[in-house]
Each structure stands twice: as structure tokens, then as C-alpha cells.
Design a binder for this molecule. Sequence first.
Ligand code: HEM
Length: 134
Amino acid sequence: MLEIYPQVKSIHIGLVLVSGGLFALRGLLALAGQPLANHAGVRYLSYGIDTALLAAAFLLMTTLHAYPITHDWLTLKVLLLVVYVVLGVQALRRARTQRARLGWYLAALATYLLMFGIARAHHPLGWLRWWGWA
Ligand code: HEM
């Protein structure tokens, strides 16, 4: 077991929160019509945070020997991550109307919360399991 596993896990969780917080903020800026939402500096900050988040995730996975496909909660988390990225791109860049932007934004936030629940529960049923409903 990697000696610094608890620290890497804390870094992963910390970056998950910062990444989600930054997306939430960028979405609000985009909804308010502020170009800062997609400013190059903000985009590169977001890429940097997400790359570090995934690097920490990779370290956790290889230490635990828990991989997507072998662990269903990780499989679902990675699939939802792809969905989240697509929804996020729609919300921040592609949406043509503010109404559509709001829809994509809320769908992306819901997907983020689903991933968070699945990770906390270590189970595909996520929050349902966490709250003892399944
Ligand atoms: C490819 C993407 C990701 C992979 C492969 C991955 C993998 C992992 C692994 C292996 C752990 C360690 C679990 C443990 O020590 O018990 C973990 C923890 C965690 N991950 Fe991720 N992760 C990814 C992305 C995300 C995302 C996008 C979120 C949230 C939206 C997230 C939220 C969490 C949380 C909250 C924990 C801590 C779970 C606990 O309390 O035990 N992860 N992740």
C-alpha cells in the first residue's frame, strides 16, 4: 500500500471539490453572459485542476488495484465523468439560448452529484445506498 495513500485521497477529494466549485461558478458566469466564464486563463486553470484530479485518481486506482470494469462503482463513475464533460461543454460553450444553457448546466451539476454519491458509497446506487434506501 502506498504510504501517502491517505494524502493522495485527500488531494483527490479536495480537487474534486475545487473542480466542481469552479464549474459551478463558470456556469453562473456563463448564464449571466460574462465572457470571463470561458476566458483562456480560467479554462487553463480548469484543465490543470482536472489533470491533477485524474492523476491522483490514477494513483488511487493502481494502489487499490481497483479499476473500471472490475469495480462497477468505478466503471459508472468514469462513464458519468464522460457524460459530465459533454454536458459541461454544452453548458459553457455550445448552448445557443440561455434556457438551453440552464438545462445543460443543471444536468451537469446533477451528474456531478451522482458521481460524488457513487464515490462516497463505493456503490453504483450512490446516495440511495449512502442514505440506506437501497
Ligand atoms: C476517472 C475518474 C476517477 C477515478 C478513476 C476515480 C477513482 C477513485 C478512487 C480509486 C478512489 C479511492 C476510494 C477509496 O480509497 O476507498 C476515489 C475516491 C473518491 N472519489 Fe474519485 N475518481 C475519479 C473521479 C472522481 C470524480 C469526478 C468525483 C466527484 C465528482 C470523485 C469523487 C471521489 C470521492 C468523493 C472519493 C472519496 C470516497 C470515499 O470517501 O471513500 N472522483 N476515486
